[in-house]
Each structure stands twice: as structure tokens, then as C-alpha cells.
Design a protein around this ligand. Structure first.
Ligand SMILES: [Zn+2]
Length: 250
């Protein structure tokens, strides 16, 4: 049976001289695996549409365990991603996270939208990689059903005006004073908390629309990363590569 669907190539595994098995995120079927014969040959008609991180319209034959790619029309290859090592490292990390989640149904469609928006901003240099990373991590956790409780301090109800501690295990907040009573220290300043709330609660098209100073962005990124990693059942190798690039000296 032949079918046509849009999809983003998240993994390209070489199997023979010029053949690949692609892992593609699609809105309808989640992750699918498809053989692309000869796609590594420059002259192959599959070459441009089957590359890593290409968003393409795939024409596929459905086999027993694998699809076979018949045609691939590229719609966006996010060329700008490849212009920086940092951009590629982040794309690898976002892809590995998504592969680990293996979303299906509506979750897959939402995850694909988030991924395409992130890749677009990254390839166009419109937002810093660190900001894109934080938004992706938190929205992904929310999409998995782990919406954090960001309204106020869970002990005293305080809403703002003090640093807060975000508990990455439970996804809840404590104000500086209540955190202190539990022997913990704050990990979010006011700006980072506002951004955290913005990412979790805004509609899709607004989630990236904020700016933060470097220090607040680092605080935000530390908690979004900790929060999503605690919800995955395995570590992500590509995160180490990203960290080696962006935190020299660590
Ligand atoms: Zn409190």
C-alpha cells in the first residue's frame, strides 16, 4: 500500500553502501522506520529529501515491518542548522529526546510542531540555542502530561517578590523562605520564574517570545533540563556533547 505523509528525519542509519534506514517523525503515525535505497548517492532522487533533519513529503510503500521511501520532496532542510556546531549539537539533543519519547497520536503532531518551530528559530539564528533548548525541554514535559505547578509557593502561597526554588522531582515551587526552612536554596530569580510560567502556560505560537539576561537564562535552563531528564527513562548521550561545547572548562 502506498501512502503520502509529511515527516521530519530524526535519524539516518547507513545500512549498505548508499542505503539508509530513516527514522521519521510524522504527525499521523508518530515515529516510523523507512528504507531509503541509494539515498546517499548525490545523484539519487532521494538524496535531498532524506537527509538528516529534512522536513519532507514522503511517498512510501508500507511493508511488513518497514516502509520503503519511493519519493521525498524536501520542504525545509533547515540549512542554517549546519552552519554552527552548536546548532547541530542542539538539534541532535532534541532529536534524541524525541526518539526516547516515541510520541504517538496527537502527542506526535504536537511534538513535531514544537520541533519544526525550534529548528526554524535555530536555523535562522532568531533565538539563542540555550533559550530554544529550555523551551523545548519544558514544553516537551508538559506535552507528556507533566505540567508543573507554577502558580505559587506550595507552602505559603506566595506568588512573587522573592527568589523561588523549583523542585525538579515534583514540579512545584517553594519561595526562598519556605525553601530555607527545608534546608534548600532558591534556584530561580524572578525573571527566570516569569519565563518558566510563560513557557508552560502560553499558546504554541508565543512560547519563544521572551528575552532573558544570560544569568537568568542559565537558571531557567538548569531547571528545565533537570525536569525533563527526570521524566525520561534513559540518559541522553548528545547532552554531554552539547555541554562540552557550551560550557568550556567543565
Ligand atoms: Zn513560601
Amino acid at each position: 500500500m502506498r501512502s503520502v505523509m509529511m515527516g521530519l528525519v530524526l535519524r539516518q542509519t547507513k545500512v549498505k553502501e548508499a542505503d539508509c534506514i530513516l527514522t521519521i517523525l510524522t504527525p499521523e503515525k508518530g515515529l516510523i522506520s523507512a528504507v531509503a535505497r541509494g539515498c546517499l548517492r548525490l545523484k539519487s532522487r532521494l538524496f535531498s529529501g532524506c537527509g538528516l533533519f529534512c522536513y519532507s513529503e514522503f511517498s512510501l510503500f508500507e511493508g511488513r515491518s518497514l516502509y520503503t521511501v519511493d519519493e521525498a520532496q524536501v520542504q525545509n532542510n533547515f540549512f542554517g542548522l549546519r552552519q554552527s556546531v552548536e546548532g547541530m549539537a542542539l538539534a541532535m539533543y532534541l532529536a534524541e529526546m524525541t526518539l526516547a519519547l516515541s510520541p504517538v497520536g496527537e502527542e506526535a503532531a504536537a511534538q513535531l510542531r514544537l520541533m519544526l518551530n525550534s529548528f526554524y528559530l535555530l536555523s535562522q539564528n532568531k533565538k539563542s540555542p540555550a533559550q530554544i533548548k529550555a523551551v523545548y525541554e519544558l514544553r516537551t514535559a508538559c506535552g507528556m502530561g507533566y505540567m508543573p505547578d507554577l502558580l505559587c509557593c506550595k507552602k505559603c502561597g506566595r506568588y512573587d517578590g522573592t527568589p523561588f526554588r523549583f523542585d525538579m522531582e515534583t514540579g512545584s515551587l517553594l519561595c526562598a523562605e519556605c525553601a530555607g526552612q527545608e534546608g534548600e536554596s532558591p534556584n530561580l530569580d524572578g525573571a527566570a520564574l516569569t519565563a518558566l510560567r510563560h513557557i508552560a502556560l502560553s499558546e504554541d505560537k508565543k512560547i519563544f517570545s521572551f528575552t532573558l539576561k544570560e544569568e537568568s537564562l542559565q537558571r531557567l535552563g538548569a531547571v528545565t533540563e533537570g525536569y525533563i531528564l527526570r521524566r525520561l527513562d534513559r540518559p541522553l548521550k548528545s547532552l554531554n556533547f552539547w555541554k562540552n561545547l557550551t560550557l568550556p572548562g567543565q
